[in-house]
Design a protein around this ligand. Structure first.
Ligand code: ADP
Ligand code: MG
Length: 213
């Protein structure tokens, strides 16, 4: 581990977490834009698996955009960080491999400010991949909430509206919505019932209700 001497920059890890639609990407973009205004050298990354809107930008649901590099792994991310970079932003951190924690640790130890945005829980309400570890080693954790799409209360859960069993199912408003604890239905049967109710409302066969919205 590097010992920080007097005059060396202070590296740190900041994590912005919460459910889908809570504004994690917006907050990451806001922090990175301020660093750019402060004339710091920044680099932004996102996992190659997340190509929902763009492979060269971080894009928020409100359509804020920031140039970013897609990388397939945390090892590749580490390789791409230039020696002069002062701030590293990482969006959709939960889709990276477990080594992301040690990569961020090493960057922070050499003086880099690392800002990560990512889901803390998956659609079952379980901690997402290495995110609990990231929260533990970060200096600053900001947990934000979305708006529950059933009742309008603050929402901390991501409700999946389809029957796709894979934990990593890339999607956005067609397949997920933000829910508060009261209206979050993580069980598979409840999700299927939800799809059926949705199909009834939309007047389409259940298999089409997953895709339609
Ligand atoms: P995240 O990265 O956490 O998924 P984004 O930063 O991409 O979130 O998007 C946040 C934006 O999404 C909000 O500013 C708002 O415009 C929009 N939005 C859509 N649905 C919701 C919701 N249920 N709760 C809050 N914001 C929502
Ligand atoms: Mg986001």
């Amino acid at each position: 581990m590097t010992i920080h001497g007097v005059g060396l920059p202070h590296g740190r890890i900041e994590v912005v977490c919460g459910p889908m639609f809570s504004g994690k990407s917006e907050e990451l973009i806001r922090r990175i834009k301020r660093a750019i205004i402060a004339r710091q050298r920044v680099q932004v990354f996102k996992p190659a698996v997340d190509t929902r809107y763009s492979s060269t930008e971080v894009v928020s649901h409100g359509d804020l955009r920031l140039e970013a590099t897609c990388v397939p792994s945390s090892a590749e991310l580490a390789k791409r960080v230039s020696a002069r970079t002062e701030v590293v932003g990482i969006d959709e951190a939960q889709f990276f491999d477990d080594d992301l924690a040690s990569v961020c640790d090493a960057l922070a130890n050499r003086g880099v400010r690392v800002i990560l945005a990512g889901l803390d829980m998956d659609y079952r309400g379980k901690p997402f991949t290495m995110m609990p570890r990231m929260l533990a080693i970060a200096e600053i954790v900001t947990k934000i909430q979305a708006v529950c799409m059933v009742c309008g209360a603050p929402a901390s859960f991501s409700q999946r509206l389809s029957r796709d069993q894979k934990v990593v199912a890339i999607g956005s408003s067609e397949t997920y919505e933000a829910r508060c604890r009261r209206h979050f239905e993580p069980e598979e049967e409840q999700q299927i019932a939800l799809t059926r109710r949705r199909a009834e409302v939309l007047k389409v066969p259940p298999q089409e209700a997953d895709a339609a919205k």
